[in-house]
Design a binder for this molecule. Structure first.
Ligand SMILES: Cc1ncc(COP(=O)(O)O)c(C=O)c1O
Length: 450
């Protein structure tokens, strides 16, 4: 079974670039065809691989070089192999005494993430299932640190382009959604810091308790980076927790350009990262790092349970379960550690630098096309564009023409109330050849659309 599965996986990965960027047409029918109860009696393994074919033949090719929609990741094969190995040995990582070497490996990853942002020895963090859960833990930690038990007057501040997971996190943490204050942005779509200060003052005067501000290190819509240093000044002055959502952009901190754009990020109380985006891993790994790690633990630990009393206390190697909502979970650390050991940090830095170059190249090429308007220069690797002098329906049809190529797959958003197409370049398999092809596809589609 192992050999068959591995053969299938190797074959898929070897040909992933030749496959359609978005395969299949009738997704409803494809899903319906596979609606079935579990069998009472089992069968062979080989037929199960046919199911993988059906999945691949009816899906967006997230792992492929033409996937420029939403926020890509890619699925580094070393991380898939790490998953196969870690789930095969099936060790428990969340209480260190059960598998100290595994817990140490995960602690190494978390330490590396803390170092990346200049966090000192008191910092701690966790690997989560993704950025949404990391944002949730961050808001819960901020709430515990800054507000009394009766916290319902708490209000938090986000830019109007913040990812929905932050608002959802606040809602799950018990706050009315109306207490998530949407701060307007400047013409570059970055949080307007003066508007932030005004909103805090107005809310204080009306009896609310401002406790947290969330800056985006790259918004999902356009990749805009909020002015983190200036927001940190406000947070410091006002006694607010500063959380940075770097789920999309955080790993650009590895590059010179990223560090320059994220100036002040080391002043954040907590940072969300998504290795399944910026480190190109398969889905299932986010991260939260917290500058004063004990605050993360204070917000998540309720004391040792009797049935776990045989295990050692949190120590140099953390009991990660005491820093998150999860007890049993997969060994995410290996999934991150394998690719780091195999490729080295420099490979990730170079790949991210390449993506920044590709975004600049795409922007310049599209900007030279008279049929298009590109209102925002990319700060990271999202390139938003629209047909000039065209309505939303025409732009929607234009996106359809681009995606009909099946060589690239882009998605859309709404900015300033207008339908906006965006290409997001963050897959380790996306290189200059595919971006050049994308430019030609857009050129042809623009000619057809106008
Ligand atoms: C800026 C930002 N924050 C949070 C998230 C949510 O992360 P996840 O999908 O890993 O839960 C995303 C996802 O694209 C994102 O772009």
């Amino acid at each position: 079974m192992g050999e068959s599965a591995l053969r299938y996986a190797v074959d898929f990965v070897s040909t992933v670039g030749d496959r359609s960027a978005h395969a299949g047409n009738d997704y409803d029918a494809a899903a319906r065809e596979h609606r079935e109860p579990p069998p009472e009696f089992g069968g062979g393994f080989e037929p199960l691989l046919g199911l993988m074919d059906a999945i691949v033949a009816n899906s967006a090719n997230n792992a492929g070089p033409g996937f420029l929609a939403y926020v890509p990741g890619g699925g580094l094969f070393a991380s898939s192999l790490a998953d196969l190995l870690s789930t095969s040995i099936d060790r428990f990582v969340n209480l260190w005494g059960e598998a100290p070497v595994a817990a140490q490996v995960e602690a190494n990853v978390v330490r590396w993430l803390c170092d990346l942002f200049g966090y000192g020895p008191d910092a701690r963090g966790v690997l989560s299932s993704g950025g949404s859960m990391a944002n949730f833990s961050a808001i819960v930690t901020a709430r515990k640190d800054k507000l009394p038990e009766d916290f319902l007057k708490g209000s938090l501040y986000v830019s109007e382009h913040v990812h929905a997971s932050v608002t959802k996190a606040a809602m799950l943490a018990g706050f009315p959604v109306r207490h998530v204050r949407s701060v307007p942005t400047d013409p570059s779509l970055r949080m307007d810091v003066e508007a932030l200060e005004r909103a805090i003052a107005v809310d204080r005067a009306s009896g609310l308790a401002p406790f947290c501000v969330v800056a985006s290190a790259g918004t999902t819509n356009t990749g805009a980076v909020d002015p983190i240093d200036a927001i940190a000044d406000v947070a410091e002055r006002e006694g607010l927790w500063l959380h940075v959502d770097g789920a999309y952009g955080g790993f650009f901190q590895l590059t010179d350009r990223g560090r320059e754009r994220f100036r002040g990020i080391e002043r954040a109380d907590s940072i969300t990262l998504d290795p399944h985006k910026g480190m190109f891993l398969a889905y299932g790994t986010g991260a939260l790092v917290v500058r004063e790690g004990r605050k993360l633990r204070d917000a998540h630990h309720i004391g040792t349970s009797a049935y776990l009393q045989d295990l050692p206390d949190d120590a140099d190697v953390p009991n990660f379960a005491e820093y998150s909502a999860e007890l049993s979970r997969d060994f995410r650390g290996l999934r991150v550690w394998f690719p780091l050991k195999l490729h080295g940090v420099s490979a990730f830095r170079e790949a991210l630098d390449e993506k920044l170059d590709l975004a600049e190249h795409l922007y310049e090429a599209l900007k030279a096309m008279p049929e298009l308007e590109l209102p925002w220069q990319p700060e990271l690797t999202v390139v938003p564009f629209r047909l000039r002098d065209a309505d939303d329906d025409a732009n929607r049809a234009f996106l359809g023409l681009i995606n009909a190529s099946e060589r690239v797959y882009l998605s859309s958003t709404v900015v300033d109330g207008r339908f906006t197409i965006r290409a997001c370049i963050l897959n380790h398999r996306t290189h200059r050849d595919r971006i050049d092809e994308c430019i030609e596809i857009v050129r042809r589609a623009a000619a057809d659309a106008t």
